[in-house]
Design a protein around this ligand. Structure first.
Ligand SMILES: Nc1nc2c(c(=O)[nH]1)N[C@H]1C(S)=C(S)[C@@H](COP(=O)(O)OP(=O)(O)OC[C@H]3O[C@@H](n4cnc5c(=O)[nH]c(N)nc54)[C@H](O)[C@@H]3O)O[C@H]1N2
Ligand SMILES: Nc1nc2c(c(=O)[nH]1)N[C@H]1C(S)=C(S)[C@@H](COP(=O)(O)OP(=O)(O)OC[C@H]3O[C@@H](n4cnc5c(=O)[nH]c(N)nc54)[C@H](O)[C@@H]3O)O[C@H]1N2
Ligand code: SF4
Ligand SMILES: [Mo]
Length: 883
C-alpha cells in the first residue's frame, strides 16, 4: 500500500500524518507515530480529513470577470492591472492579504514580490488577527519573536496555566498529551483562566472565570505578589533582565494585593490566592496563552504581563518552564519566519537600515520597501477609502473573518481590482472578486510548515493537481515574472526553501534567532526526505528544543526586558443599549470559515448551526429559552442564531462561534457584529469583547428539511444548512405563513424524478405540515413545519436515508415524527469518529450505570479513537448522574 507522510492542514499543533492509498482509490489518514508533535495521535478534525478531499465547490479554473479562462489570460490580467495601478498611483496603492495556511515557500515568494520588487510593505496576513500580539510581546521582551519552549514542557511541568486558550477544542492533540501527563503525574496541577467554562476545564484543578479582558490585572497582581513574597530569581533578574523596578511600580497600581486583583477580575480572593501560591511554589510552571489574550485591544501588554512573571522567576527556556504562545494555523509560524506581517522584513529582520540593506542585497531587489506597511484592519480601511486600489487575497476569507466584516465587504466590493486565490469556488470573499485563481489544496500542495514549537515539517502531496489548479508559489512567481521582475524563476518548492534558509543565515553570525544555516544548500533529495526539525538549525550544531535557557536574549544589550503594563479597559464597554459582552471563538469540529470541515458529514453532526451561548440566569431575565432563535446585535451589525443556555457561560457574556458564513446560514457572520478596536502596538483586533444586545427572534413558523439535494433558501427569513451523510440538513424559520403548505413544500423539494411518491400530513388548526418524498422506495427528502420551534427529532430521520426501502410502517412514523423501537434518535453527534449521538450515550450511561469515559468506550466505542470528545463524555456522565 502506498503511504505518504505529511502534516495536518489545520491547527498549529502540526501533527504528522500518514496517508494511505486504499485499493478502492480512497484514502485513509492516520497519525504518524514518529512525528514529535503527536506521536500517532489525531483529533476529530485530523481523523476526518479523508472526507474533505472531494471536488465539490472546488475552484478548478481561473476566472476573469465571471468568465473561465486559461492561465495566460488570468496571469496577464493580474500582472497588467497591478502594474497599471503602481504606475499611476505608486506602489502603496496595491496590497496583498495572505494567510497562515500558506506553505512557507508560498509565503516567501509573496513577501519577496511585495517588499523587494513592488517596493511596498502592504502585505499583511491573517496572522495579524491571530498571533500578532504574541509576536509584539516576544519582541519587546526578548528582542526576537521566539517561542522559548517545546511541547515536552507541557508534559514535564508541574503547574500548567491555560489562559485564553480552549485547548481541548483548538489544540486537541496537545490537550491529550496534557491529559496523559496528568495521569502519569497526579501531582501536576492545571489552571484554566477563561470567562467561560470550556471543555478544557475538564482537566482543570482550578478554573478562574475572570471578568472578560482583565488578565493584565491578574498577572500584574501575580508579579507584585511574587515580589512581595520574595519569590524572584535574584541572580537571573540581575544578570539577564532589565526594567523590573518600573514594571513593579506600575503593577502595584491596580493589583497591590490579592484582594484588589480578585476584585478587579471579579474572582474569589481565595481562588486568586491559590493561583498565586501554586505559581510561587512550582518551579516547573508553563503558562500557555492564545486568543483570549492576543485578541484584545491591549493584547500585547497582556502577553508581556505573563512573560514578566516568568522572567521574574527565571522560568524560561528550561525543561517544564516558560511562557508558551500556541499558534493557531498550520503555518502561522512560517509566516512570521518569512516576514509576511507588514511591519516585519524577511527572516526575522526589521525595518532598520542595516536589515533593509541586507535583504536588498540578498534579493538583488530593484525597489526595496523601506518602511512598515499597513496592518490588516488599517489595510482594509485604506481599501475602503480608495487609497489602495488593487488587492490580492490569498488563502483567507476576510469577508467572514475580519472584524466589522460588513465594512470589509464594502471595501472589497468597491475597490478597483480584487484578485482572490482560493481552493473553493464559492466563499463570501470569492463572491466579490474580479479574478479568481484556483490554488492547490492540502493533499496536492508541497512544501513546509512550522508549528507552535518551531518544528518545521513537510507537507507532501499524495494527489495529482486537479484540472487547472496550481501551487500558490507558482501563481505568485508567474505574476512576478509577467511584471518584469527577475529572481522568480523557481521550478520547485525546494529552490524557494533553500533561498529562504540561505537568507536566514545571511550575515547572521548569531545576531538573529531565526537561523536555518544548515539547510541553506539543501538538495532535492534531502528536502524530499526532510524530517521534522525544530529551529534554529545551525551549521554544525544540534537542533534546539528550547531557547533562552542560557539567559541570552536578542535585545541590543542581550538582556530580557520587563515591560511596565498599565491594564487597559476593552475598546468599548457595555452600556444600557448594548449590555452584554460578545465573546467569539471556535467549536471542536469546525475549522474557520468551513470551506473544508463543512464538507465532512461526521464533523457537521457535532454542532449543526451557529448558536449564542448564554447563562441560564441571563436567559431567563431576557425571556430566552433553549432552542429559540435570538438576534445578537451591536452598533455594527447583527446575527440570528440559536440560543444555547447553560451555566458554563459567565453572566453578562454571550459566546457565538466564528465559523458560520453566508454559504451555510442566512445571517450568522459574527464578524459583522464584532467591533474593530485594535491593539495600538500589534494591530490585532479585539474579537473577544464587543458590547451587544440579545433579543428573542420570533418567527411565524419554524421548520427543518432533510434533502439529498440542496434547496432554494431565498424565501426563508432564517436558514442554516449542514452536511450530513448523503444529504443536507436545513433548519428554517419564516415570517410569512404559506397559503398552502403542501404546495410550498413540494415546490421546495421538487425535482423531476421518476417513481416519486409523497406521504403528507397537515393539521390546519396547528398549522403543522409534515411531508416526505420517496423515490423508488427510498427516503429522498422530508419537511417538517410548525408554529413553534420545538420540532420532532432529526437524527433518526437522517439515518432512515441510508435505507434502501422505507416500509409503510416507517413512513407512518416519519409523519408522526417518532422513531420506532430500536430506532431511537441518536441526538447530536458527540463522538464524531464513530458517529455516536448524545441520546445514545445518555441512555447507555443510565442503563449500564457507567462512570468513566473508558467504560463508555467499551460499550459504544465513543472516545476510543481520537479522544477529542472525552470532556463531553465526562460532562454527560455527570449530567445523567452516572458518575
Ligand atoms: N476546532 C478548531 N480548532 C482550531 C481552529 C478552528 O477554527 N477550529 N483555529 C485555529 C486557530 S487559527 C487559532 S488562532 C486557535 C485559537 O485557539 P484558542 O485561542 O484556544 O480559541 P478561541 O476559541 O478563539 O479562544 C480561546 C478562549 O479565549 C476565551 N476568552 C475570551 N475572552 C477572554 C479573556 O478576557 N481572558 C481569557 N483568559 N480568556 C478569554 C474564550 O472564552 C475562549 O474559550 O485555534 C486553532 N484551532
Ligand atoms: N469573530 C472572530 N473572528 C476571527 C477569530 C475569532 O476568534 N473570532 N479568529 C481570527 C483568527 S485567529 C484567524 S486565524 C482567522 C481565520 O480566518 P480565515 O483565514 O479567513 O479562515 P479560513 O476559513 O481558514 O480561510 C482560508 C481560505 O483559504 C482557502 N485555502 C485553504 N488552503 C489554501 C491554499 O493552500 N491556498 C489558497 N490560495 N487558498 C487556500 C480556504 O478555502 C478558505 O477560503 O479568523 C479570525 N477571525
Ligand atoms: S490537533 Fe487535530 S487539527 Fe491540530 S494538527 Fe493535530 S490532528 Fe490536526
Ligand atoms: Mo488564528
Amino acid at each position: 500500500m502506498l503511504q505518504v507522510k505529511t502534516t495536518c492542514p489545520y491547527c498549529g499543533v502540526g501533527c504528522g500524518l500518514v496517508v494511505s492509498h486504499n485499493d478502492d482509490k480512497t484514502f485513509s489518514v492516520s497519525g504518524d507515530k514518529k512525528h514529535p508533535a503527536n506521536f500517532g495521535r489525531l483529533c476529530s478534525k485530523g481523523s476526518a480529513l479523508a472526507e474533505t478531499l472531494d471536488m465539490e465547490n472546488r475552484l478548478l479554473q481561473p476566472v476573469v470577470n465571471g468568465q473561465q479562462c486559461d492561465w495566460d489570460m488570468a496571469l496577464d490580467t493580474v500582472a497588467d492591472r497591478f502594474q497599471e495601478v503602481i504606475e499611476q498611483h505608486g506602489p502603496e496603492a496595491v496590497a496583498f492579504y495572505v494567510s497562515g495556511q500558506l506553505l512557507t515557500e508560498d509565503y516567501y515568494v509573496a513577501n519577496k514580490l511585495m517588499k523587494g520588487f513592488i517596493g511596498s510593505s502592504n502585505i499583511d496576513t491573517n496572522s495579524r488577527l491571530c498571533m500578532s500580539s504574541s509576536v509584539a510581546g516576544h519582541k519587546r521582551a526578548f528582542g526576537s519573536d521566539t517561542v522559548p519552549g517545546c511541547y515536552q514542557d507541557l508534559e514535564q511541568c508541574e503547574l500548567l496555566i491555560l489562559t485564553g486558550s480552549n485547548m481541548a477544542w483548538c489544540h486537541p492533540v496537545l490537550y491529550q498529551r496534557i491529559v496523559q501527563a496528568k495521569k502519569n503525574n497526579p501531582e501536576m496541577k492545571v489552571v484554566v483562566i477563561d470567562p467561560r467554562r470550556t471543555a478544557s476545564c475538564d482537566v482543570a484543578d482550578l478554573h478562574l472565570a475572570l471578568k472578560p479582558g482583565s488578565d493584565a490585572i491578574l498577572f500584574n497582581g501575580l508579579l507584585n505578589w511574587l515580589n512581595e513574597h520574595n519569590h524572584g530569581d535574584a541572580e537571573f533578574i540581575h544578570k539577564h533582565t532589565e526594567g523590573l523596578d518600573e514594571a513593579l511600580r506600575v503593577a502595584q497600581w491596580f493589583s497591590p494585593n490579592v484582594e484588589a486583583a480578585a476584585q478587579h477580575c471579579e474572582l474569589g480572593t481565595d481562588d486568586v490566592a491559590i493561583l498565586y501560591q501554586w505559581f510561587s511554589k512550582t518551579e516547573k510552571t508553563v503558562t500557555v496563552y492564545s486568543q483570549g489574550i492576543n485578541q484584545s485591544s491591549s493584547g500585547t501588554d497582556k502577553v508581556n504581563a505573563i512573560i514578566n512573571c516568568h522572567l521574574f522567576t527565571g522560568r524560561i527556556g528550561q525543561p517544564g518552564m516558560g511562557p508558551f504562545s500556541v499558534t493557531g494555523q498550520p503555518n502561522a509560524m512560517g509566516g512570521r519566519e518569512v516576514g509576511a506581517l507588514s511591519n516585519q522584513l524577511a527572516a526575522h529582520m526589521d525595518f532598520d537600515k542595516a536589515d533593509i540593506d541586507r535583504v536588498e542585497r540578498f534579493w538583488q531587489a530593484p525597489k526595496m520597501a523601506t518602511k512598515p506597511g499597513l496592518k490588516a484592519v488599517d489595510l482594509f480601511e485604506a481599501l475602503h477609502r480608495g487609497e489602495i486600489k488593487a488587492l490580492w487575497v490569498i488563502a483567507t476569507n476576510p469577508a467572514v473573518s475580519m472584524p466589522d466584516a460588513y465594512r470589509v465587504r464594502q471595501a472589497m466590493q468597491q475597490c478597483d481590482f480584487l484578485v482572490v486565490s482560493d481552493c473553493a469556488t464559492q466563499t463570501d470573499t470569492t463572491a466579490l472578486a474580479d479574478v479568481l485563481l484556483p490554488a492547490l489544496a492540502w493533499g496536492e500542495k508541497s512544501g513546509t510548515v512550522t508549528n507552535s514549537e518551531r518544528c518545521i515539517s513537510r507537507q507532501r502531496p499524495f494527489l495529482e493537481a486537479p484540472e487547472n489548479a496550481k501551487a500558490d508559489w507558482w501563481i505568485l512567481s508567474q505574476v512576478a515574472q509577467r511584471m518584469g521582475y527577475h529572481g522568480f524563476d523557481y521550478q520547485r518548492p525546494q529552490q524557494i526553501f533553500r533561498e529562504h534558509a540561505a537568507l536566514s543565515a545571511f550575515e547572521n553570525n548569531g545576531t538573529r534567532d531565526f537561523d536555518l544555516s544548515a539547510l541553506a544548500d539543501i538538495d532535492a533529495e534531502s528536502y524530499e526526505n526532510f524530517k521534522p526539525t525544530q529551529w534554529p538549525i545551525k551549521t554544525g550544531q544540534q537542533a534546539q528544543a528550547r531557547v533562552f535557557g542560557n539567559g541570552e536574549f536578542f535585545t541590543a544589550n542581550g538582556r530580557a526586558k520587563f515591560i511596565s503594563v498599565t491594564p487597559q479597559p476593552p475598546g468599548r464597554l457595555p452600556d444600557i443599549d448594548y449590555p452584554m459582552v460578545l465573546n467569539t471563538g471556535r467549536v471542536r469540529d469546525q475549522w474557520h470559515t468551513m470551506t473544508r470541515t463543512g464538507k465532512s458529514p461526521r464533523l457537521n453532526g457535532h454542532v449543526i448551526e451557529s448558536y449564542a451561548e448564554l447563562n441560564k440566569i441571563d436567559a431567563k431575565a431576557m425571556a430566552i429559552y433553549p432552542g429559540q432563535l435570538v438576534e445578537v446585535k451591536s452598533t455594527q451589525g447583527k446575527v440570528i442564531v440559536r440560543a444555547s443556555i447553560n451555566e458554563s457561560q459567565r453572566r453578562g457574556s454571550v459566546f457565538v462561534p466564528m465559523h458560520w458564513n453566508d454559504q451555510f446560514a442566512s445571517s450568522a457572520v459574527v464578524d459583522k457584529v464584532v467591533n474593530a478596536y485594535t491593539d495600538p502596538i500589534s494591530g490585532q483586533p479585539e474579537f473577544k469583547h464587543t458590547p451587544v444586545q440579545v433579543t428573542p427572534y420570533n418567527a411565524a413558523w419554524y421548520g427543518f428539511i432533510l434533502s439529498r439535494d440542496m434547496i432554494e433558501t431565498a424565501s426563508f427569513s432564517y436558514w442554516a444548512r449542514s452536511r450530513r451523510q448523503g444529504l443536507w440538513h436545513y433548519e428554517l424559520a419564516g415570517n410569512q405563513m404559506a397559503d398552502d403548505w403542501a404546495n410550498y413544500a413540494r415546490q421546495l423539494l421538487c425535482s423531476d424524478a421518476q417513481g416519486v411518491e409523497w406521504s403528507e400530513f397537515f393539521d390546519s388548526s396547528k398549522q403543522t405540515y409534515r411531508g416526505a418524498r420517496f423515490i423508488d422506495g427510498q427516503l429522498d427528502s422530508c419537511a417538517f413545519i410548525g408554529t413553534g420551534y420545538h420540532l420532532p427529532p432529526r437524527d433518526w430521520l437522517i439515518e432512515l436515508f441510508s435505507k434502501d426501502i422505507v416500509d409503510r410502517q416507517e413512513r407512518m412514523r416519519v409523519l408522526s415524527g417518532t422513531p420506532g423501537v430500536g430506532q431511537e434518535d441518536a441526538g447530536k453527534i458527540v463522538c464524531s469518529c464513530f458517529s455516536v449521538g448524545r441520546n445514545t450515550l445518555c441512555k447507555k450511561i443510565k442503563q449500564m450505570k457507567l462512570t468513566t469515559p473508558e467504560q463508555i468506550g467499551e460499550h459504544l466505542q465513543a472516545g476510543t479513537n481520537c479522544g477529542s470528545c472525552m470532556p463531553e463524555l465526562r460532562e454527560l456522565i455527570v449530567e445523567v448522574g452516572g458518575g
